[in-house]
Design a protein around this ligand. Structure first.
Ligand code: ASP
Length: 339
């Protein structure tokens, strides 16, 4: 029997056309384009159903409620398809690909998030290749993970980051090797793929709560008052994008006091690195130790995107701050390297 793939089209460049105010989505346009693609009728291609979201979004407009909408859509159709392709804008694709693995609990089928830098309607585009490879992977490779496919790389979703605003190889996962490559053949590195959940694991989707979570990138001279303002209630969690191995200034007592006062109130502050590659090690420098002493927790080698998504997840599940802190240091979906 031919394989079946569900395509959730949320928007993005892949589905856009030129308008007087720039690239924009238009309802029905993607379905029209797909109907005109003869490759989709090839015998190795899966049968597909396309669900075009209303409204189709430029992914800059995505919110955590949209993550939930995608997760619910997958849940509703979970039993009827071999795999899922989520068409998405590239701007916040790494955030969605980081969030879905957490909210899709017990996932046992491939969910491939993809998009393109050039719309499918253009003569020269990367949309066609990304779409076709994603459909083939979703249909024929039983990877029990949320992945991001782009260029020629299959990445773990919760390790992916957008690294290029213009290039066609726009995503990478600097702290985890690629799960697969689309060269002459599509090759999956199965030893890097997470094991399938045990047969008695139930697939379920968690509702994404509108928790007050934030992110703050440190910069030289950051005023303590600014940090204090960011950390005000109702904020529950903060991704602190710090320097190098997680360092920040320790010669400004007001800055450290702002962090300590917030963590004492139960705000979970996760220390990540602004660097593309590598991990946080708060004990390496005195400045890092000073941060750790304020109650900030290490984000190890989490990307800032995955740290943010994980905070949303853990608070949405309803865990108290102490447990959120503990879980931040555990590997739940392959998002961080322990040890
Ligand atoms: N602004 C677009 C989006 O994220 C960019 C893209 O898809 O490449 O929806």
């Amino acid at each position: 029997m031919s394989k079946r793939v569900y395509i959730a089209a949320t928007g993005g460049t892949i589905a856009m056309r030129r308008t007087p105010s720039g690239w924009a989505t238009e309802p029905g346009f993607l379905a029209e384009l797909l109907a005109g693609l003869p490759e989709l009728q090839a015998p190795e291609m899966p049968a597909y159903d396309l669900h075009e979201y209303e409204p189709l979004l430029d992914s800059s407009n995505m919110t955590p409620r949209d993550w939930w909408r995608i997760a619910q859509d997958i849940e509703e159709h979970y039993d009827d398809y071999d795999g899922f392709v989520v068409l998405h804008g590239t701007d916040t694709m790494a955030y969605t690909a980081s969030a879905l693995p957490f909210f899709l609990e017990g996932l046992g089928k491939p969910v491939i998030v993809t998009g393109s830098q050039i719309p499918l309607c253009e003569v020269r585009n990367d949309a066609r290749a990304n779409l076709l490879a994603s459909l083939l992977i979703a249909a024929h490779e039983p990877i029990p993970e949320v992945c991001l496919f782009f260029g020629d790389k299959l990445l773990r979703g919760c390790r992916a980051v957008k690294v290029d605003a213009d290039g066609l190889s726009a995503f990478d996962s600097p702290n985890y090797p690629v799960l697969g490559e689309a060269g002459i053949a599509i090759e999956i590195h199965w030893n890097r793929v997470r094991p399938a959940p045990s047969p008695n694991t139930r697939f379920r989707v968690r509702e994404v709560d509108e928790v007050a979570i934030g992110a703050l990138r440190l910069f030289p001279g950051i005023p303590a008052a600014f940090v204090q303002n960011v950390l005000r209630p109702p904020l529950k969690g903060l991704v602190l994008e710090a320097y190098g191995v997680g360092n920040g200034p320790d010669r400004d007592p007001a800055f450290l006091a702002a962090l300590a006062e917030a963590t004492a109130r139960g705000v979970v502050i996760v220390d990540t690195t602004q660097c593309l590659r590598g991990r946080v090690a708060l004990g390496d420098y005195a400045v890092g130790t000073a941060l750790a002493n304020t109650g900030v927790v290490s984000g190890f080698d989490l990307t800032a995107e995955a740290a943010l998504a994980k905070l949303y997840y853990l608070f949405s599940v309803g865990l108290p701050p102490e447990e959120v802190k503990r879980q931040m240091g555990r590997d739940l979906r392959g998002e961080l390297t322990v040890g």
